[in-house]
Design a protein around this ligand. Structure first.
Ligand code: TXD
Length: 318
C-alpha cells in the first residue's frame, strides 16, 4: 500500500516538494491549493516527467479536503511569502487566518497524519496549527532548523573549502533573527569550530559574519528574487523530515517541536534537536549548552513567545 502524501499549498515550495517526493518515490502525492488550477497543473506536469525519470507514483491536484482523506503525511506551505523588506513576523496575521482554515480541514480528514508545517512565521504558525487542530504534539512539527543549519553549513563549507559532508552543526531556537548557531556543537571534519579559529583556519570575525548571514539567509534570497522567497532548500529540508517518518529512519534533526520541560522551556514550539521516526517526533534531544548558547537560546524562546502573544491578540481563541 503506497503512502499518501498531501501538500497543502502548491506554490513554489509545494511544487518543489511534489517533484522531490516523486523522484524519491516516497508515495502518491495530492497537491492541494485554493488555486486548484495551480495544484492540478503542477501535478500533471510532474506526472508527465515519470517516463523520463522512471518514478512510479500517482500525482493529482485538488481544492477539496475530501480528496486528501487519510493522508499519511501532510506538508503545509499554504500562506503568503515575504516581499523584499518584510520580516517573517510581518506575515503573522494573514498566515494565521490561513493556518486556522487548514487546521480545520486536516483535523477533519487526516487526524492520524504526520503534519509538517513550513509556513512562516514558522514557530508561531506551527504552534497555532497544533492548537487549532488539537492533533497530538508529537505528530505536528515545523520545518526551519534543517534549513537554517544547512545554510550555516553551506556558508562554512564555502569559506573553509571543505565539503559540506564533513561539517556538522545545528542552528536552533526560533526561525528568525534570534536563531542560534550552536558553535559548541559545530564540527569541521571532526574538529570543534573553536579549535579551527584558534588554529587560524577561520577568523572569529568571519565566523560571526557567517552566523549573521545565516540569520539573514532568507532575506538575502528574497532580495534577489524580488517576488517570492527561498523554495529549493526549504523543500529539500521538508522532504528529509517526511522521509525519516515514512521510513522510520529515526534521524536526529533540528525541527520546531513542542517543547514541554526540556531546556527549561514549557509548552512552546521552537527549534530543538529531535528524533523523527514512525511515531513522529519520538524524542527531544537535550544538548549540553554552554553559557552563551543557553542565554541565546533563552532569548530566542522569548522572541517566539512574544510573537505568540501577538498571535493571541489577533485570535484570543489560541
Ligand atoms: O524555513 C521555513 N519554514 C521558510 C518558510 C522557508 C521559506 C519560505 N517559508 C514560507 O513558506 C513562506 O514565508 C510562506 O509562508 C510559505 C510558502 O512559501 P511559498 O514560496 O511556497 O509561497 P507561494 O509560492 O505563494 O505558495 C503558497 C501557496 C499559494 O499557491 C496559495 O494559493 C496557497 O499557498 N494558499 C492556500 N492553499 C490552501 N489553503 C489556503 N487557505 C491557502 N491560502 C493560500
Amino acid at each position: 500500500m503506497k503512502n499518501k502524501i498531501t501538500l497543502i499549498g502548491a506554490g513554489q515550495i509545494g511544487g518543489t516538494l511534489a517533484h522531490l517526493i516523486a523522484l524519491k518515490e516516497l508515495g502518491d502525492i495530492i497537491l492541494f491549493d485554493v488555486a486548484s488550477g495551480i495544484a492540478k497543473g503542477k501535478a500533471l506536469d510532474i506526472a508527465q516527467s515519470a517516463p523520463v525519470n522512471g518514478f512510479n507514483v500517482k500525482l493529482s491536484g485538488t481544492d477539496k479536503y475530501e480528496d486528501t482523506k487519510d493522508s499519511d503525511v501532510i506538508i503545509i506551505t499554504a500562506g503568503v511569502p515575504r516581499k523584499p523588506g518584510m520580516t517573517r513576523d510581518d506575515l503573522l496575521s494573514i498566515n494565521l487566518k490561513i493556518i486556522k482554515e487548514v487546521a480545520e480541514g486536516v483535523k477533519k480528514t487526516s487526524p492520524n497524519a504526520f503534519v509538517i508545517c513550513i509556513t512562516n512565521p514558522l514557530d508561531v504558525i506551527v504552534m497555532a496549527l497544533q492548537k487549532y487542530s488539537n492533533l497530538p504534539t508529537n505528530k505536528v512539527v515545523g520545518m526551519a532548523g534543517i534549513l537554517d543549519s544547512s545554510r550555516f553549513i553551506y556558508f562554512l563549507s564555502q569559506e573553509l573549502k571543505i565539503p559540506v559532508q564533513k561539517i556538522k552543526s545545528l542552528v536552533l531556537g526560533g526561525h528568525g533573527d534570534s536563531m542560534v548557531a550552536m558553535l559548541d556543537h559545530t564540527f569541521i571534519d571532526g574538529k570543534k569550530i573553536h579549535q579551527c579559529v584558534d588554529e587560524g583556519m577561520i577568523s572569529k570575525n568571519k565566523l560571526d559574519e557567517i552566523v549573521n548571514r545565516t540569520k539573514k539567509g532568507g532575506a538575502e534570497i528574497v532580495k534577489y528574487l524580488e517576488k517570492g522567497s527561498a523554495f529549493y532548500a526549504p523543500a529539500a529540508s521538508g522532504v528529509e523530515m517526511a522521509e525519516s517518518y515514512l521510513k522510520d529512519l529515526k534521524k536526529h534533526l533540528p525541527c520546531a517541536a513542542h517543547i514541554n520541560g526540556q531546556y527549561g522551556v514549557k509548552d512552546i514550539y521552537a527549534g530543538v534537536p529531535v528524533v523523527i521516526g514512525k511515531n513522529g517526533v519520538e524524542k527531544i534531544i537535550e544538548l549540553k549548552l554552554n553559557k552563551e548558547e543557553e542565554n541565546n537560546f533563552k532569548k530566542s524562546i522569548k522572541a517566539v513567545q512574544e510573537l505568540f502573544d501577538a498571535a493571541k491578540k489577533i485570535d484570543p481563541t489560541l
